[in-house]
Design a protein around this ligand. Structure first.
Ligand code: DGP
Length: 115
């Protein structure tokens, strides 16, 4: 999408600190980190939110959850101590960028419930 900052990051029109990339997914460091490790994992194609994942996106969703996120956590060495995966969705969910993204937060102990 023309005005979407994460589409621009996916197409390299905008810079990011990339930690992982393949054909369908790119992961990069959050601009405003909320933990020592704060990575955003996005599908390269524009999907507005998790509400917009379609039947045909099942392989992509599984790839992100089964392959990409655990690999990044291993690479960042936060796998064993633990980390949090967050998908903010819509206004009440606190979504500010309308391109689906999975936050990976780690490197410190998290509290619950979230604000
Ligand atoms: P959310 O509130 O879940 O929509 O989170 C959006 C996150 O995206 C927020 O933590 C800040 C981050 N962010 C916004 N713009 C950029 C950008 O241009 N580059 C990077 N690396 N992160 C961004």
């Amino acid at each position: 999408m023309a005005d979407c900052i994460f589409c621009k990051i996916a197409s390299k029109e905008a810079k990011s600190k990339t930690v992982f990339e393949d054909e369908t997914v790119i992961a990069f460091r959050d601009l405003d980190p909320k933990a020592p490790e704060h990575i955003l994992v996005i599908p390269k194609k524009h999907v507005e939110s998790i509400n917009d994942f379609k039947e045909s996106d099942k392989n992509l969703a599984a790839h992100i959850l089964v392959d990409v996120i655990p690999k990044i956590a291993r690479d960042l060495k936060i796998s064993e101590k633990g980390y949090r995966v967050v998908i903010n969705t819509g206004d009440d969910g606190g979504q500010t960028v309308n391109h689906l993204h999975f936050h990976i937060l780690g490197g410190r102990s998290m509290t619950w419930p979230p604000g």
